[in-house]
Design a protein around this ligand. Structure first.
Ligand SMILES: [Zn+2]
Ligand SMILES: [Zn+2]
Length: 423
């Protein structure tokens, strides 16, 4: 009997807490939209998010959080200690914009212009990172009022340069990790989301395992022997060797990769060689990208590309070398963590609104966090329901329906609470 009444009190208390939380969610929506519009109107490129960081910092400090600034150049990290001991969960938002000139007719349209890689361009939040930043500021505000419900610690990570630092600079998730963002306190799990302009408002999309691709950039240098175009027998043709290599590389995908496991892509995007029609040149350079979603396939593809490049060049009397530069790792959702958090996603969005998606061959540097701690990355709907028009990311027409943002706040808040309470 005693146990029963204790349980009833507990249940009432948690129902009461949930009602409170629901009211707070409703109340914060207009603030989140206002912040988002401000960021949208004042976008800043990767590693230059100075004003953005100032605004985030001011907000987090006003909540009484411990705030660290200048992490990985312009990143902001805040720690919220709950009233009860427990694990540490990190929530991550990326904060940078893109060199894209906005074509939308909005009252908060970006008019910002800059010079990027010697080209004059507009600056725009054309990937929706303004929404991520505003959502996480909302989550921080709500959670900071619920210390008594938190069993552990929440770390808020506002990350610069997700789109990649400018050439020659370090930045993004990689640099944040290098500067210790996952330590002190040590993070046990990390969650992140991306708004999606082609998914309806109210929907969450996820996938277990590889959800976004590892992105490698590769450069192949082919060395032949220069000769007169009329006398190919006296030289070694690097253009012919390049053609054989391109052909060979595609057979790694079509004949060697088990595409039933995950898709994979090799693209040669640029070829440079030669000066005029009657000279067989000395060298050729091929530049391209590899996209993979499974760690073993990635290792196999890189090994075979290396072997094939060297062997084919040799077979035709020349030499070739290949180098890879890693731009992002596989955004890899930990199976156990997804299983643990899926009930939360479903309770917040409704069973029917949590959908399994296919992997995408785009990349995301959230993947670097997931190489170190288990993580769960998912997509949040930002398309007007019923609309047949979607405005693709990274384009001047990119547009988001702001009524989708509140679900992002609710989901991340509840994920943090549930993860810490379950542990
Ligand atoms: Zn992007
Ligand atoms: Zn993005």
């Amino acid at each position: 009997m005693r146990v029963l009444s204790f349980l009833i009190i507990l249940t009432c208390a948690s129902t009461f807490a949930q009602q409170n939380l629901n009211q707070e969610f409703e109340a914060i929506e207009s603030k989140v939209i206002e912040w988002r519009r401000d960021f949208h109107q004042h976008p800043e490129l990767s590693n230059q998010e100075f004003k953005t960081a100032e605004k985030i910092t001011a907000h987090l400090k006003s909540l009484g959080l411990e705030v660290q600034t200048g992490v990985a150049k312009t990143g902001v990290v805040a720690v919220l200690k709950g009233n009860h001991p427990g694990k540490v969960v990190a929530l991550r938002a990326d904060i940078d914009a893109l060199p894209v000139t906005e074509r939308n007719d909005l009252p908060f349209k970006s008019e910002v212009r800059t010079t990027f890689l010697n080209t004059e361009t507009g600056v725009m939040h054309a990937c929706g990172h303004d929404t991520h930043t505003a959502i996480l500021m909302g989550v921080a505000e709500i959670l900071s009022k619920h210390k008594e419900d938190i069993h552990g610690t929440v770390k808020f990570i506002f990350q610069p340069a997700e789109e990649g630092p400018p050439p020659g600079e370090e930045g993004g998730a990689k640099l944040m990790i290098k500067e210790g963002v996952l330590e002190n306190p040590k993070v046990d799990a990390i969650f992140g989301l991306h708004i999606n302009s082609e998914t309806s408002v109210g929907t969450l999309k996820y996938k277990t395992g590889g959800i976004m691709a590892a992105v490698e950039r590769f450069v192949i240098t082919v060395k032949g022997k220069q000769s007169h175009g009329s006398q190919p027998w006296s030289g070694v043709d690097p253009i012919l060797i390049s053609a054989k290599i391109i052909d060979g590389l595609q057979t790694i995908i079509s004949r060697e990769a088990n595409l039933l496991v995950e898709p994979a892509v090799i693209t040669v995007g640029k070829i440079t060689s030669g000066t005029r029609f009657n000279i067989i040149p000395e060298t050729a350079e091929l530049i391209g990208t590899v996209r993979t979603l499974d760690p073993d396939m990635k290792a196999m593809i890189i090994r075979r590309m290396t072997e094939m490049t060297q062997t084919l060049a040799k077979a035709y009397g020349g030499e070739a070398s290949i180098s890879f530069q890693n731009n992002t790792s596989i955004t890899y959702n930990d199976t156990e963590l997804v299983g643990l958090m899926l009930p939360t996603l479903k309770s917040v969005a409704g069973d029917e609104n949590v959908k399994i998606m296919k992997a995408t061959t785009g990349g995301e540097d959230f993947s670097y966090f997931q190489e170190i701690v288990p993580g769960f990355y998912f997509f949040l709907g930002g398309k007007t329901p019923g609309s047949t028009q979607a405005f693709p990311h990274h384009t001047p027409d990119f547009k988001i329906d702001e009524s989708g943002l509140l679900l992002g706040v609710k989901t991340l808040t509840q994920m943090a609470l549930d993860y810490l309470n379950q542990n």
